[in-house]
Each structure stands twice: as C-alpha cells, then as structure tokens.
Design a protein around this ligand. Structure first.
Ligand code: WT7
Length: 655
C-alpha cells in the first residue's frame, strides 16, 4: 500500500506548567507511564481495577473481558448496575445540595439544579415512563431542546433500562422517522418547540410529521415538554404532557438493575457515506470510559465548573453532558443557545458569569469565533479557566494557538481529544498534567488504549508517514455492534483487508512523529492522490488557515490528466466579498503560500471562495458535496440541512 505522505511540520511544544502538575490527577509523565505499563502488563486487570474503583455495582462482576467471539466483545458481563443510580443516587449521601447543572437559557435566564432536585425530576419522569408501559429494553426516541429536561429524559430511560436514541433537534422529520423505524421505538419524548438564537423551531410538529410518514407505527406514546407554549396538534390517546405525566408521581423510583452489557443507547452517525449507522453502546464499559476520561483528560476536581458546549444530539453531549460529569458528581453548565447570539461574545460571557474552569468545544466554533471577534475574549474576565478542550475535527495549529493564548491566556493546557461516536469516550488525548502538547496533535493514547498507525499488513508506518489509525485491543467503552446489523459492524470496523480484521479500524488516517505523537490527517475516504503522493486533507487545510486572510478552508481532489488528482481548495476569507480582481490576487497569493509552507506538491490547482462552507449539523465539512462541486457535477445529495444553500452557488464558481 502507498502510505500517506505527511508534509506539515509543527515544532512548537508546550510542557505542562509546574503549578498545573502539582494539583493534577495524573501528575507528571512518570505517573502516566506507570499507568500505561500497568495496562500493558495486566490489561484486563488494569480495567477491572478501574471498574471497581469508579463504578458502584449492584452485583459485582467476576468476569472481565469475554473475547471468545471477536469482534463482539463483552466487558464485566456478569455484573449488574444502574447507570442513573451511578450518576445520581450515589451522590445523595455526600453532596445532595451541590449544584449538578447550571442551566442558561437562550435568552439568558439562569437556573441552578442540585443533585437532589435532578434525582427527584429523573425519578418522577422515570415513573411517568413506566406508567405508559415502557419497560426494560424498550427503545425511546428523544428529540429535545438542549435543556435540563433532555438530560432528565435520558437519565430516566437509563433508570428503567429503556434504550434511548437521541435525535438532534435540528434534524428533519425524515431523520426522526428513520430512527423510529430502525429502532422500532415505543415512545418519543419531545417538546413543543425549541429556542435557539432568538428563534423558535417546531419539535412536536416535526414528530407528528415523522409519525405520519407511515400507516403503522410502533410508537404508542409521545411525551411533550411544554417550553414555549405555542399551539400544537394533539392526539389525546397518544400524546401526554410532561407536566401531567409527572404530576402525581413519586419522588422515588427504584432503579432497574441491568446487566453490564445491556445497551444504554444507540446513536446514529452518518459517517461520510451511506445509510446512518446505529452505534450501540453498552452500560458499564461505556460509563467507565466517560469517568476515566473526566479524571484523566479533564483532570476533574471537586470544585470545577465544567462546560461542554455540545448538544445531547451528539455523542459528545452523551458522554460529557449527560453521563460523565454526573457520574463523577461535577457541577456543569448547560446552555440552550448558540455562540453568536445575541453576539459573538456569548461563550465568553457565560464563562465569566458562571466561573467556568473547564471549557470544551469544537474547532468549528473556535474558528467562527476567531472570524467574528479575535479580540472579544479580552473584554471578559476569563481568569476562572484552567483547562481548554477541543473535539470533533482536527484543530489546525493556528486556531489552537489562538485558543491557547487568547482564550486561555497561555495559562490553560489545551486538550485536543481524538475519539468517535463509536469509541464512546476519549481515546487519544493529552493527559494535561503529564503530556507536553503540540498545536494540532492529539498527542498520545490514554492508558489502556493500544492505538497505532499501520499499513494494510498491520505493520506500523514509518515516522512521518500516514497510515490507518487502529486500536489493537478491545476497550471497555467501544461500541458493541450496529443496531440490528452485526454484519455491517464487523465489515465497517474490523475489515478483513486491513491486518486481517484483527483490529478496530477507525476510518481516519494518522501519522506519528518521533515522540510517538499522533497527528490526525483526516478521514481515509478523503485522501487525495497527487502525482502518486497520497495527501491527507487536514495538512493542506491547516496551511491555508495559517494565512492571515483565511478564516476556514476545505480541500478536496478532482481528477487531473497528468497528476491523477489536483488539489481544489474552498476558502472562506476573513474579509467580506472581495471583487473579482482582489479574489484572483488572493487566490494567487494563497497558492504560493501553500507551496511555500508545505511544498509545490500541495499547491492548490484551484481556489474558490464562499461566505462559508457546507457543513453537517455537527459542524463537519461536507467534503463529498465539495468534491461534486469541484468536478462540476450536479448535486444529487440532500442539502436541506445546510445553513446557507446560497453558498453552493458561490462555491461552484472558479476565480
Ligand atoms: C470523527 C468522529 C468525537 C466526538 C464528536 C465527533 C474526527 C474527532 C477529532 C480530533 C481530529 C477528530 C475524526 C473522527 N475527530 N475528534 N480531536 N482530531 N479529528 O464524533 O461524529 O463520531 O466523529 O471526527 O475524523 O473519526 P463523530
């Protein structure tokens, strides 16, 4: 196999500050290495010890890993527990009055919810679900605004052993419909409307539309949280108000004790191609991954105020809003709105107001905030911050540096966390009190994670060459299967043509530097082949964004007679709509800039400008769509979820 060439060089290194190390959960590289060695020496013993330490079991497990039927692994599979009990009840004896959630609504209203109160709400709602006949193993679709009630709905499902499937509130009726059908869901939990950025969006009406898409349905109940109070259609035999359902319920709800391997949830991930995959997670193994990463990567301390900006519609919102922070008894911020409303200072204002100490967001948000106000963070008091995190895509070194110096005032380590819906929790990420960071690298695997960059035969690729990012041993928080589709699970994640199907194949390409650090180069499907050199998209995009004129960039390949493929770059500028002549000048400048930064091989053949880039609702660039544009093909895919469809027209024009 032709490995992928790595052409980007980044030499800045930031060792952890002494003060940070002194208080860190994993203090110093030696401690980190000892943990890694412990895992290497006794892999299952390592995980078993953590599972006993961090999870409260109803019935302790005696078996650790069952690997008799790969790749269908089981962890702790004769143990019993309840996830909601671990997230709520076990804190009641010691910290019932601690704030679990600081909720800030779109319009800025704030509400503090203690562990006691959250427990009460979850119990009442869980009893309500039971009264509707929902039982262990039933599937429940959740289509909610980003509010405390979304967490309550998920936790209540977990409490009674129902399997939730959260659908992001921005998705269409068709997506809701498809997920209901695939899961054969018994119930849907929703709200009348959601409010984001000062606007209301229908939720219940969308659910009605989804349920009308087929004559027969498995859904017998729809529970509706009244948020805005708008008029909605009502089917009395099917629809129930949240407030009516919970009104006469008890404040206590005996948890349903479930097996460690009982599915906690499914979550659909589109990947870059084909029908969405219903990623199915376990209970205990998943929970353990969220807890260890809260401890190791977020370096959680009892007085932290944690804020992960992700919506519960994504796995980040599952692991680092609904489960991880509650399982360790943290105080966290939940924010209903968007970063740019009422202005681009909203995130900074929230950090200032609630004295957030750990802040976790996505590179796409960081880049858009740089574009809208690079100096804005300086207007706020961000001195409470002590740790910054990034997730969802590769963060290019320039955005990383801005995050580090402007937001974190060069005081807060930046943890660039690589993981996936499928891995459930962080996999490769700096342990901030131990690992020196390098802008653009997710650094080293967490203790107990055996990650590598390999070629098809399973050999590690040479330093500076990219290969398939794989995880060689099963780990507790990994997905168990794809809902109803074990064959696709095996084919997708353990493909026979890569190292004989022995390893979990993430679908990303990565290379390692001389310190063993991982650098993610993009999705394998996105690799370009220019004159026989295989190039990842990430590095060229990074070079473009490093130019002061550029806010965002996406790179794809298009067929080229001589080179095989040529680089086409789609660029969003910091300045507004340059005229044709200026655009042509900038394009020429950028082509030379890329050639200078990383070499002539990567020089874009073509550069196109647009006001923004087409993205999925989770903020990932839709490169497939850009590839079609670059090739001048007509767009056949669904573009209804695009924020701004006009840009497709802009981007189809060559300068
Ligand atoms: C894909 C997974 C991770 C939870 C949210 C997204 C990309 C994610 C990073 C990172 C480089 C990253 C990868 C991965 N990705 N984090 N820190 N550096 N790439 O979950 O939607 O399942 O996406 O996102 O390509 O495979 P997801």
């Amino acid at each position: 196999m032709a490995t992928i060439e790595s052409i980007l060089r980044e030499n800045r290194v930031f060792p952890p500050a002494g003060e940070f190390v002194r208080h860190a959960n994993i203090a110093g590289i030696k401690t980190y290495k000892e943990l890694c060695q412990e895992a290497e020496h006794d892999y299952t013993g390592f995980w078993a010890k953590l599972a006993k330490q961090y999870i409260t079991w109803h019935k302790p497990f005696t078996r650790i890993l069952d690997d008799t039927n790969p790749p269908f692994y089981k962890w702790f599979d004769d143990g019993e527990l309840n996830i909601s009990w671990n997230c709520l009840d076990r804190h009641l004896a010691t910290q019932a009055d601690k704030t679990a959630i600081i909720f800030e609504s779109d319009e800025g209203k704030v509400n503090h919810c203690s562990y006691r109160e959250l427990h009460r709400q979850v119990c009442r709602f869980a009893n309500g679900l039971k009264s509707l006949g929902i039982r262990q193993g039933d599937r429940v679709v959740i289509y909610m605004p980003m509010r405390i009630e979304a967490v309550v709905a998920m936790q209540a499902c977990a409490r009674i052993g129902a399997i939730h499937s959260v659908v992001f509130g921005g998705f269409s009726a068709k997506s809701v419909y498809e997920r209901i059908i695939d899961a054969e869901a018994s119930a849907v939990i929703t709200a009348d409307e959601q409010t984001r950025g000062g606007k209301c969006h229908a939720l219940k009406a969308t659910v009605d539309k989804a349920l009308a898409m087929s004559d027969t349905t498995s859904v017998h109940s729809v529970v509706v949280f009244q948020h805005t109070g708008t008029d909605i259609a009502w089917q009395p035999e099917r629809d129930h108000w949240w407030h009516d359902l919970t009104a006469r319920q008890s404040d206590e709800c005996e948890p349903t004790w479930i097996n460690a391997e009982h599915p906690l949830f499914t979550l659909y991930t589109s990947g870059s191609t084909g029908k969405p995959k219903g990623v199915q997670h376990s209970s205990a193994g998943y929970l353990l991954g969220t807890i260890t990463s809260m401890q190791w990567v977020f370096d959680y301390h009892a007085d932290d105020v944690f804020w992960c900006t992700a919506d519960v519609g994504w796995v980040t919102g599952h692991s680092y809003v609904t489960y991880g922070p509650l399982a360790i008894g943290a105080t966290q911020v939940i924010f209903e709105g968007i970063p740019t409303y009422p202005d681009a200072g909203r995130f900074w204002k929230i950090i200032q107001k609630h004295k957030v100490t750990i802040f976790y967001t996505a590179p796409t948000a960081i880049r858009s905030l740089i574009k809208l106000g690079p100096d804005l963070p300086e207007k706020y008091d961000l001195s409470s911050l002590r740790l910054l995190g990034s997730v969802g895509e590769p963060i290019n070194p320039e955005a990383w540096m801005w995050y580090f110096t402007v937001v974190g005032q060069s005081r807060c380590p930046v943890v660039d966390t690589w993981w996936q819906t499928e891995t459930g929790s962080h996999i490769i990420a700096p342990v901030p009190g131990a690992i020196s960071t390098k802008p653009g690298s997710c650094t080293l695997p967490l203790p107990g994670i055996d990650a590598a960059a390999i070629d098809e035969t399973g050999q590690p690729v040479k330093e500076g060459k990219g290969g398939f990012l794989v995880i060689k041993r099963p780990f507790p928080s990994m997905l168990r299967t794809l809902w109803n589709d074990p064959a696709r699970f095996k084919q997708t994640y353990f493909p026979a043509d890569i190292a004989g199907g022995r390893y979990y194949v993430a679908g990303d390409s990565a290379h390692r530097d001389r310190d063993g650090y991982f650098w993610i180069m993009g999705r394998i499907d996105d690799v370009l082949n220019v004159s026989g050199h295989r190039l990842g998209t990430m590095e060229i995009e990074s070079a473009l964004v490093a130019h002061p004129l550029v806010a965002e960039a996406a790179v794809v390949g298009k067929p080229h007679e001589i080179k095989g493929e040529a680089v086409v770059a789609f660029v969003t500028l910091r300045e507004k709509s340059p005229d044709d002549q200026r655009a042509a000048e900038i394009a020429a400048t950028l082509r030379e800039w890329v050639a200078g930064e990383i070499g002539a091989i990567a020089r874009p053949e073509e550069i196109r400008f647009g006001e923004n880039l087409p993205k999925t609702r989770s903020g990932k660039i839709m490169r497939r769509l850009l590839r079609a544009l670059a090739r001048g093909e007509t767009i056949t895919q669904d573009v209804s979820t695009l924020e701004n469809p006009i840009i497709l027209e802009q981007l189809s024009q060559t300068v």
